[in-house]
Structure formats: structure tokens, C-alpha cells
Design a protein around this ligand. Structure first.
Ligand SMILES: [Zn+2]
Length: 142
């Protein structure tokens, strides 16, 4: 028999330590999702006309705009970060972001229900929500 229980124990130990590191990330993501879902529920209940651009920071909704209006909005992100939200011609995107990676700017413009721009360093989420989930996907195709 060439079993080596010691070796497999070491493997398990490594796995455990890796899982521990990731756990904190998962907790954060779950917390963000829960807050986000709560926000979506509130928005779904609040029926209105067209699609909305919803801005949330650290899982808290801070602003919502109609996708039909052209605006420039300064988002005060987490820990002093900032992003500028631009809505123009029915499309939304981020500019002048303070984050180091600028991934959010590279996500480009969004104009369809369910699309989102996320800036992780600033904990900013910009998402397009429809007035009603039932028709949302087909209605927004002007
Ligand atoms: Zn960013």
C-alpha cells in the first residue's frame, strides 16, 4: 500500500486557508447582492414610465434618473472616490472615475434593461431598470 495520509492532510490544510481568504469576498458580494435585490424590489413596486438608471453606492441607492433625460451626475463613491454619470441620447456611461483601474469607464455605454456598470473600488453600481419586469426587455428598443 502506498497511501500517504499526511500528504492529503496537507492538501486539505492548503484548501482551507484558501477558502478562508475567499470567504470574506463572498460575504461582501452576498451583502451587495442582498442590498441590490432589496433596492430592485422597491423599484419594481414603484411603477412609472420608461427605463431608469439607478445609482447605488455601497448597496445604498443614492439616485435614480429616467433614461430619457440627459444629465450629468457626480457620484460620491465609497472612501472619497467619485464617478461622473452621463446620460445622453438614452444611454448611460461613467466618466472621470477616480478608481485606479478605470474598468467602469471601459464598460462603455448601457441602454438596455438589466445592463449595469460596476465600479468595484468606489462600490458604485449603475444599472438600468425597467418600469415593469414583465415587458422590460422588449419595450426598450426605441
Ligand atoms: Zn471604476
Amino acid at each position: 500500500m502506498q497511501r500517504r495520509p499526511v500528504h492529503s492532510d496537507r492538501m486539505l490544510g492548503m484548501d482551507n486557508s484558501q477558502i478562508k481568504v475567499k470567504k470574506s469576498d463572498i460575504v461582501l458580494i452576498v451583502a451587495l447582492l442582498v442590498g441590490f435585490l432589496a433596492m430592485i424590489t422597491v423599484l419594481t413596486l414603484t411603477k412609472s414610465g420608461g427605463a431608469y438608471v439607478v445609482v447605488s453606492v455601497d448597496s445604498v441607492e443614492v439616485a435614480a434618473f429616467s433614461l430619457d433625460q440627459d444629465i450629468t451626475y457626480e457620484i460620491k463613491g465609497f472612501d472619497g472616490g467619485s464617478n461622473t454619470l452621463i446620460i445622453q441620447d438614452g444611454k448611460a456611461h461613467l466618466e472621470d472615475s477616480s478608481c485606479p483601474d478605470h474598468l467602469c469607464e471601459h464598460m462603455g455605454k448601457i441602454d438596455k434593461v438589466g445592463q449595469s456598470i460596476i465600479c468595484l473600488p468606489n462600490r458604485v453600481v449603475v444599472e438600468i431598470r425597467g418600469a415593469g419586469d414583465d415587458k422590460g426587455f422588449d419595450t426598450i428598443s426605441s
